[in-house]
Design a protein around this ligand. Structure first.
Ligand code: PFF
Length: 452
């Protein structure tokens, strides 16, 4: 498969060691942590769900994360070519292609939500969200049902395409190196603000005191799906990033750092969102609107709310952009190597296509008066269908392919990962038996073929 000239040892520099960790954390910390995690946690019993999520991260997430990075570095190619390069078997190429299509589908609707964050950031800083008398639910539904989100998702795809066009080292790495430190500072400011609000402790309690009676079988499915989404697994992202990593970097340590980083951000995001929501008497489980309805309403009542609200949405926008960059890189790496296109041309084509594919999502948000909002397919709006089918069907399938590949098809994964002895055996045990079994059981349940 096409030589890239971008990988270490092939004339390129790839990622520096620290740059890789930052970029991978930038990928994993995204709308998943700040927008999805709080509302699913709210709906599934707070801390009980958080514990379940940690369990999924450790026994399924980390082994697959390490496997993806290992395949990428060993296979020296995109998410399809790497599988082929390591086995010389054609069918693995096709299996790899599934994950590239998944990435493309995620990109389309992810850019829509990312676009919302930019709109809310600007509105907030401009003081347009400071009136506590406003009906923020109606405001959100009005906005999300109009055509503005299409414009904002075009803005997101333009920025994302621009970063990707500049390449791995001076595009992706540099972008993350600038944004991630700023991200951390803003997050800490918001955490201190949230925790010092009168009544904040109620929110902390909700987030940290487990109520196991709220956990259902569905919670397990959601926790596992979210572990995939949150760690950017099952769609070739960590594999593609891994292909730019130097041989001397320890992938095991990188996996731990990325997993820990992702968890820490989900945790701190919870400590920002729940205290804020509770302090102003909002409901924690208000679905996808939590970040765009309950929080703006809370910020509107807070002294200097325009500033804290603006910072909150700036945080979301940064998180979304560093993840969007990693998603777009998956199809770009593929098309560039498969068809020998230039990086710039590939970035422009893929960003434009992802934008176009996202338009139906942007116009179909449930509950809005968007032109496609009452069009249902398999009982879901287009927007929800993209989200559900990627998070709970395609990403687990992609993860299953990775576990089977590393556990059974490719014999030298341990060498590339630098694992020996008990660690290697534990990794293989999880990849060969535990992960596939869990994924298959939960998958059968999610498509209605198994009741438990
Ligand atoms: N991990 C990102 C988040 O939590 O928002 C989303 C994501 C990024 C999913 C990259 C998939 C991906 F390849």
């Amino acid at each position: 498969a096409g030589s890239s000239g971008e990988r270490p040892g092939e004339g390129g520099v790839g990622f520096s060691k620290g740059g890789f960790i930052l970029a991978a954390i930038g990928s994993s910390v995204g709308l998943g942590n700040m927008w999805k995690f709080p509302y699913i946690t709210g709906a599934h019993g707070g801390a009980a769900f958080f514990l379940l999520f940690i369990l999924c991260l450790v026994i399924v997430g980390l082994p697959i994360l390490l496997a993806e990075m290992t395949i990428g570095r060993g296979g020296r190619g995109n998410a399809s070519a790497s599988l082929f390069n390591l086995t010389n078997k054609k069918h693995w190429k096709w299996f790899g292609l599934i994950s590239i299509i998944t990435a493309f589908l995620i990109m389309s609707y992810y850019s829509v939500v990312a676009g919302w964050t930019v709109h809310y950031m600007i509105q907030s800083f401009a003081g347009a969200l400071s009136d506590s008398g406003t009906d923020y639910a109606a405001a959100f539904l009005g906005f999300a049902g109009g055509y503005m989100p299409v414009f904002w998702s075009a803005v997101i795809m333009t920025i994302t395409g621009f970063v990707i066009a500049r390449g791995v080292s001076s595009g992706i790495e540099k972008f993350n190196k600038i944004l991630i430190p700023g991200f951390m500072i803003i997050l800490l400011i918001l955490m201190v603000r949230a925790l010092t609000l009168p009544g904040a402790m109620e929110g902390v309690e909700f987030f940290l005191r487990p109520d196991f009676s709220k956990l259902s079988e569905e919670s397990v499915l959601i926790a596992l799906g979210h572990a995939f989404f949150s760690l950017s697994l099952g769609m070739g992202c960590m594999l593609t990033y891994g292909s730019y990593v130097q041989k001397s970097q320890s992938l095991g340590k990188a996996a731990l750092a990325i997993g820990f980083g992702d968890l820490l951000y989900a945790f701190v995001a919870g400590l920002v969102i729940f205290p804020t929501v509770f302090a102003f008497g909002m409901e924690p489980a208000s679905g996808v609107g939590l970040a765009f309805i309950a929080l703006p309403a809370a910020f509107a009542q807070m002294p200097l709310g325009f500033l804290f609200g603006g910072l909150f949405f700036l945080l979301l926008a940064i998180a979304a952009l560093t993840s969007a960059v990693s998603i777009l890189e998956v199809p770009v790496a593929y098309a560039r190597e498969q068809w020998n296109w230039s990086r710039k041309k590939t970035a422009i084509i893929m960003a434009s296509l992802a934008f176009l594919l996202g338009v139906p999502s942007a116009l179909s948000v449930e509950g809005t008066s968007g032109p496609l909002s009452s069009f249902y397919l398999f009982g879901k709006t287009i927007f929800d269908l993209f989200d559900f089918s990627t998070s709970y069907i395609l990403m687990p399938i992609g993860g299953l392919i990775i576990t089977l590949f590393t556990g059974y098809a490719w014999k030298r994964a341990g060498e590339e990962a630098g694992l020996t002895g008990g660690l290697y055996r534990a990794w293989m045990f999880l990849l060969r038996y535990v992960c596939p079994l869990l994924i298959i059981l939960i998958f059968l349940h999610s498509i209605g073929l198994l009741d438990f």
